[in-house]
Design a protein around this ligand. Structure first.
Ligand code: LFR
Length: 495
């Protein structure tokens, strides 16, 4: 059966057609488009209309691809939202989570609700851009006063496709307004945060039907008017974790793209004070699972370096950069990827050099040395995060699944295996789109319809997608020494 996934990432969006059968799972990217944020006097925004229009164009191409489209599912990054007024019109242009307006807002929220209490209910890691902080920044504005409905980005696009209103659970769990213990909106907190209960729509679970296409959408795309939009795990990371080709409980995952999301899949949230201090999150996965993980700055560091170099006319193809990194001196300079100085857009090589100066290291000068510094530092952050997760959750890890675009980066996979001392299974690259499609397929009975549907979905991924295992090799002691060095930098405040 064919399914269409609209998968929106921080830098690009795609519409992917996935064909699913008992023993096959084939993806076909029918449309890819840039996701270019726009800076306005009001800050950094997502061009949501362009994203919607490109999504429609992608669906049109999917409709023409030959064998029809059984349903459509949408996933994107988390935390960001649009506000609708009483007439259902979008108020303003959704902000980008990297906009700096939330910089000092967390302190204000802290006055209303202490961080211990907030974590005890929501189990959410502290990120300056969590929806709860964005709303605190918006609270005194005219748009917020007129707002009647808040829709997360995939829910907003679902609304524009179908007219339906709802809040998908995995993405809702990233807002800081969601109770990790009960999987409901955190009603008690809302009042104290000055947020009307009615602003948040009813929750929807992944695998349910959100609605059917509006007539004008069906006409534009050429899809039949009864085509359904299925609620998938609309948080991209939740979709990626659903498609991790793991068996048994002793695995860790790293969903590696713009961010590295590294952690474990658990049955219940860990809401202890130690977990809060280590800043682990308890976001929802499919089937009531908990994604116990931490955000690591990820390939963003490299993407921003490349953008800076390209602007200066010094850009090189990725292949050449990685070859130069492989040849560069090991452990010459290290950064803490989780230092908040790296969060906002801008001159990344300069910020890396400044970090090195500050920590008494010789800053990397060549492109190859900078990329080596980034990849080794990311591997060390992967190691630190997975070891802490294992300890806090009391779970042994036997292997690491590294999925997403980063799984194509051989050097990063090898460094991660060496740094963690664990086998790293790399792939699938398209984990997010696969997770999106598999949840739709399951809703239609095309895969894993039984009680252990998640295991069946993962088995299908393992059987059909190219995977590569990196066994730990190299000098383990050198990685231990590098990890100790990194620990000494003592970044005052991590993300
Ligand atoms: C990854 C991701 C992360 C989330 C970040 C911001 O694409 O969804 O899980 O923390 O983007 O929304």
């Amino acid at each position: 059966m064919p399914f269409a996934a609209i998968d929106l990432g921080a830098t690009s969006g795609r519409v992917i057609l996935g064909r699913v059968g008992p023993d096959h799972l084939v993806l076909d990217e029918v449309h890819r488009f840039a996701n270019t944020p726009v800076r306005l006097p009001t800050g950094l925004h997502w061009d949501v209309l362009a994203l919607f229009r490109e999504s429609l164009d992608g669906l049109r191409l999917a409709a023409r691809a030959g064998d029809g489209v059984t349903s459509v599912g949408i996933d994107s990054w988390a935390v960001d939202y649009g506000l609708l007024d009483a007439d259902g019109a979008l108020l303003g242009i959704p902000h980008h989570y990297r906009d700096s307006r939330t910089e000092h807002v967390a302190d204000r929220v802290r006055d209303d609700i202490g961080p211990q209490e907030l974590y005890g209910v929501t189990g959410l890691q502290h990120l300056p851009f969590n929806t709860v902080f964005q709303l605190a920044a918006a609270r005194d504005g005219a748009q917020f006063a007129a707002a009647r409905t808040l829709l997360m980005i995939p829910d907003l696009l679902t609304h524009w496709l179908t007219g339906a209103i709802g809040a998908e659970e995995t993405n809702a769990s990233t807002t800081g307004l969601f109770d990790a213990r009960t999987a409901t909106w955190a009603e008690e907190l809302l009042g104290r945060l000055g947020i009307e209960r009615g602003l948040l729509p009813p929750l929807r679970r992944p695998g349910t039907h959100a609605g059917t296409l509006l007539p004008h959408v069906a006409a534009y795309t050429g899809l039949p008017a009864d085509t359904t939009v299925v609620t998938v795990a609309s948080h991209d990371t939740a979709s990626a974790v659903a498609a991790v080709p793991a068996t048994g409980p002793h695995f860790a995952y790293i969903s590696c793209g713009t961010w590295s999301l590294a952690g474990l899949e658990l049955d219940a949230p860990v809401l202890t004070e130690a977990s809060r201090l280590a800043n682990f999150t308890n976001e929802r996965g499919i089937d009531g699972t908990i994604r116990y993980l931490r955000n690591i700055m990820g390939m963003w560091l490299l993407e921003e370096c490349r953008r800076t170099w390209e602007q200066r006319g010094e850009g090189l193809p990725l292949r050449e950069l990685l070859a130069a990194a492989a040849a560069a001196e090991p452990f010459a300079a290290l950064i803490d990827p989780d230092d908040p100085v790296f969060l906002t857009p801008g001159d990344m090589p300069a910020r890396i050099r400044a970090f090195c100066h500050r920590t008494g290291q010789r800053p990397p000068e060549t492109h190859g040395a900078v990329v080596r510094c980034i990849l080794e530092s990311l591997a060390l952050a992967h190691r630190r995060t997975l070891r802490e997760a294992a300890e806090l959750a009391g779970r042994d890890i036997h292997r690491v699944h590294l999925v997403g675009g980063g799984s194509r980066n051989e050097l990063l996979c090898r460094f991660t295996a060496d740094a963690t001392g664990l086998p790293v299974v790399a792939g699938p690259t398209e984990a997010t789109a696969l997770g999106n499609i598999l949840v739709q397929a399951r809703a239609h009975g095309a895969v894993g319809d039984g009680p252990d549907g998640l295991a069946a979905m993962r088995a299908l991924v393992a059987a059909t997608q190219p995977l590569r295992t990196y066994e730990p090799a190299g000098d383990g002691r050198a990685w231990d020494a590098a990890a100790a060095r990194l620990a000494e930098f003592g970044t005052a405040r991590r993300l």
